[in-house]
Design a protein around this ligand. Structure first.
Ligand code: HEM
Length: 408
């Protein structure tokens, strides 16, 4: 048997992790030619408690990413070394393979219908406008005052969580999502236990008496006499918290920063609202909120001429695939006239994002509300700060903007 290849250390290439996370695009284009690249995915000592480096095959080409996401038999979502080592709980659905995934997805699809999302739109618009009323005009860190609270409030409302629990809910979401780097294993476990207890009680209460909310719909969802068990319902609530908040925060923040830099486009959008949707779709490609997720090989497989053994970790770089010049000519340009049939921003295949319609609705409502109120947007006095802790997501930690209500 050949000796295992030596993983390429990302630190060697990029200087440090933070620089890569805040601007991964130059590294992606450097590595795309040699993709799949065997890389030191999490260097030793970065995650408290993880003493061994974690190596993975990085997929950077659109064709490879697309094919791997469609081939869930070869690239399983159900095995993850960080879960096996106890850093994360095994999430339902997103970390399941068929047949369990198929059954679960059919049941939640039944509860998470497009109609349910559409019925939320007037309410999302109300939340958006209330947040903007509170901000008024002038300078504000939009991450703190708008892009973070919006999706958390929307998900709590969708689930039927009482309004006063919003702050706790936000804390859970932050603790869970925030980087493995800054939070100890004990804190993470404590956080998960609190969520499990809370959602367990909610599910039991809705079983006893239903309400007009998603938890009730989940309790009641049934296909061929099968329904979800309580642990599956609370696992799904936790997944929504993780999958739906920071992703949407980042989409909205990325779109606003792109638009601040393009005042002409902003002016055109104010006259022609049909530009809102293409701006959102191109933002999803150009600055993908989800940059990368993991899979594990179940068998030996050859990808772009490179043979990868069974039981190896694969890092699927959604953000790199969305900037592959073979699929998107001049990928580093933000353009509204692209053929956007195959971006991978919301995934591909059986795990395609369940919340894509909701995320798009929140982004559309936000841009329209900002366009209605502000003829001009500018950066604030302090510069925006990209989050620099997790290579999984791409977005702002702080984004001070100056919102002008008057003039053109
Ligand atoms: C811009 C915002 C969002 C982005 C970019 C995004 C991206 C993604 C991606 C790439 C996947 C595929 C994961 C994989 O292949 O392993 C996914 C799955 C998922 N997303 Fe989203 N997401 C967003 C918003 C949301 C929202 C708002 C929700 C729900 C409220 C949500 C719920 C989910 C769920 C439940 C899955 C798992 C589906 C499955 O495994 O069958 N997402 N998302």
């Amino acid at each position: 048997m050949d000796a295992a290849p030596t993983p390429l250390s990302l630190d060697q290439l990029r200087g440090n992790l933070a620089a890569f996370v805040t601007n991964p695009y130059p590294i992606y284009s450097e590595l795309r030619e040699q993709s799949p690249t065997f890389m030191e995915f999490v260097p030793a000592g970065v995650v408290p408690g993880l003493d061994e480096p974690l190596a993975a095959w990085g997929f950077m080409r659109h064709a490879d990413v697309y094919a791997a996401l469609r081939d869930h038999e070869t690239f399983t979502s159900a095995r993850n070394p960080l879960v096996e080592k106890g850093f994360f709980p095994q999430l339902v659905l997103i970390m399941d393979d068929p047949p369990r995934h198929t059954r679960f997805r059919r049941l939640v699809n039944k509860a998470f219908t497009l109609r349910r999302v559409e019925s939320l739109e007037p309410w999302i618009a109300r939340i958006a406008n209330e947040l903007l009323d509170d901000i008024g005009s002038g300078e504000t860190d939009i991450v703190q005052t708008y892009t973070t609270p919006l999706p958390v409030k929307v998900i709590t409302r969708l689930l039927g969580i009482p309004g006063e629990d919003y702050v706790t809910f936000k804390r859970w979401s932050d603790t869970f999502i925030s980087s493995l780097i800054s939070i100890s294993l004990e804190e993470r476990m404590q956080n998960t236990m609190e969520m499990v207890e809370y959602f367990g009680k909610m599910a039991a209460a809705r079983r006893a008496q239903g309400a007009e909310d998603l938890i009730t719909a989940l309790v009641e969802a049934e296909i061929d006499g099968e329904s979800l068990q309580d642990w599956e319902i609370l696992g799904f609530c936790i997944l929504l918290l993780i999958a739906g908040n920071e992703t949407t925060t980042n989409l909205v923040g990325n779109a606003l920063s792109i638009l601040v830099e393009r005042p002409d486009l902003w002016r055109r959008m104010r006259e022609d609202r049909s530009l809102v949707e293409p701006v959102i779709e191109e933002t999803l490609r150009y600055e993908s909120p989800v940059q990368q997720l993991l899979r594990m090989t179940t068998r030996e497989v050859t990808v772009s001429g490179i043979t990868i053994p069974a039981n190896e970790l694969v890092a699927i770089f959604f953000g790199a695939a969305n900037r592959d010049p073979k699929e998107f000519p001049n990928p580093d340009e933000f353009r509204l006239d692209r053929d956007l049939r195959n971006p991978v921003s919301f995934g591909v295949g059986i795990h395609y994002c369940l919340g894509a319609p909701l995320a798009r609705a929140e982004a559309k409502i936000t841009l329209n509300a900002f366009l209605d109120r502000f003829p001009r947007l500018e950066y604030g006095a302090a510069p925006g700060v990209r989050q620099s802790q997790s290579p999984v997501v791409y977005g702002f930690e702080k984004l001070p903007l100056r919102l002008h209500t008057g003039g053109r």
